[in-house]
Ligand binder design. Sequence first.
Ligand code: PRX
Length: 633
Amino acid sequence: MPASQNYEAFFRRSIDDRDAFWAEQAQGVDWHQPYDRVCNYDRPPFARWFEGGLTNLCHNAVDRHLKGRAEQNALIFVSTETNTEKAYSFKELQQEVQRFAAIYQSLGVKKGDRVLIYMPMIAEACFAMLAAVRLGAVHTVVFGGFASHALASRIDDATPTVIVSADAGMRGGKVVPYKHLLDEAIELAGHKPASVVMVNRGLADLAPVAGRDVDYAALREQFLDAQVPCEWVDSTHPSYILYTSGTTGKPKGVQRDTGGYCVALAASMKHIYQGEPGETFFSTSDIGWVVGHSYIIYGPLINGMATIMYEGLPTRPDAGIWWSLVEKYKVSVMFSAPTAARVLKKQDPAYLTQYDLSSLKALFLAGEPLDEPTATWMADAIKKPIIDNYWQTETGWPIMAICNGVEPAPTKFGSPGKAVYGFDVRLIDETTGEEITEPNRKGVIAAEGPLPPGCLQTIWGDDARYVKTYWSSIHGRTMYSTFDWGVKDADGYFFILGRTDDVINVAGHRLGTREIEESISSHPNVAEVAVVGMADQLKGQVAVAFVVLKDASRAADPASAREQEQAIMKTVDEQLGAVARPAMVRFVGTLPKTRSGKLLRRAIQAVCEGRDPGDLTTMDDPAALQQIRDQLA
Ligand code: PRX
């Protein structure tokens, strides 16, 4: 159906007539029992959406589509690593999810219990997620690229009853074993899960732990005919926890509700992504990240679309692989990250055009800044609209986008578009806390509460941290901070100018520099360390570490410095995972700090990027910055 509304009016209504607006959007999902109140904001900043309503995410993603599209594709699993391709219809998906739910039940999982999922991109990971929410259990998916320490801290925070994992993932033809990392993590963690469900792909050694590890395939056999009904839960019942990085070393468990999330995703499919039921959605992200949650699993399925889960690289067997899937499965909406586009840009553009892309309506890119040359190259190569959209793990769906499903609007290079309906976005002057109303002046991107449905309810187990972190950083006001800088032009288009905090974005992967610093500090030779993000042509940013050694002579010559660098990188690999490994480690005698001992990260970053640190520092110790310059030379 062509869109024919006025976006400005649509947006205003979402803010000024909030409850009526969202009540309309809520008609897009099934309610077992209607809600009493659209938004309870009696206790700011805690918003309770669709209070009193009973629903279930798995019902909305799977069961309700059995009427009318039972035989249509729901999940299409493609691995170019193991050369596997398998499509599941909605009926088959429901069957697999019920089997998984029965396995959970046999292991004692009940409503509200946590299930931790540490899995590669395989169909069973999708079953494990949907089966958890089917029972009203809360899943927490940990990105498969994280190693034992990162996993252990999440196990201790979420205290799962059951962990689901697999023997290994694969990347670029290489097996990436998971099991020993998981065993190590459980060893390190204070909390011990009662059971571990292992999916055996036959790729790596499993070494089951007696009394704890159970075999997925064997259990599945026992529950082939299982019928496990959806547990109707309160709209505000948590559906999942997804850990993300912040300004401390301790990851934050972003807690999402059920009903609000379901409504927000259903609405976004209509107004932003414009996928129709029966079509195919292809998001190239990973289930370990928020894009994977919202737009590999829940968004497309809630909308009655088939979704592709892809394990492999965008360039293997060749750079045409994604586009061959677009042709084969008639993908209508595709979602990826700018880094992937930059990777493809290095390949022959002929790969992108040798397939029939006529089904494709648009390619959405998010997760990091989209540079103009990449956007232009991509648009020219595939001859489809490239639509940038800006959001965060916290929000679960876009804060800024072009809502072509409401009213078609032009894109502007370098801009993810306008504020999305529901988000009362404001730009705030960092020093005065005042709102910036004139165009093109830089400020912190913030939002007035309540945040719309689908955004984080709180930080798991830590309401105080939620309030302190997100709602207390704007002087004298209770406003949500995105911790991103931005400007808005006279037409209402935003431009994102980077983070205000210590979070960095490496190839679209969000990482906390503090977490990396803590890991490096654990190396016995390290006295002090500063990690900053440095601009990188391909990955957007890379992490760079500056280390003060306890014994400087250990890095006195290039060979020993290289040895130390490798030892430090290995520590990060083992504790956090290769995804967090700094691109380089450099050794200095001292780190630049303020008089009160605070690290001058922004100044270090400026030096790394060849910018003038200017007034970022009231330098007591210019020699410290000079050392950093020398190390980079
Ligand atoms: O700094 C912004 C950047 O990524 C951060 C959120 O990352 P994450 O929690 O992993 O969620 C990604 C969801 C797509 C933001 O605070 N970011 C995200 N999208 C964009 C972006 N920066 C510029 N342009 C974008 N489109």
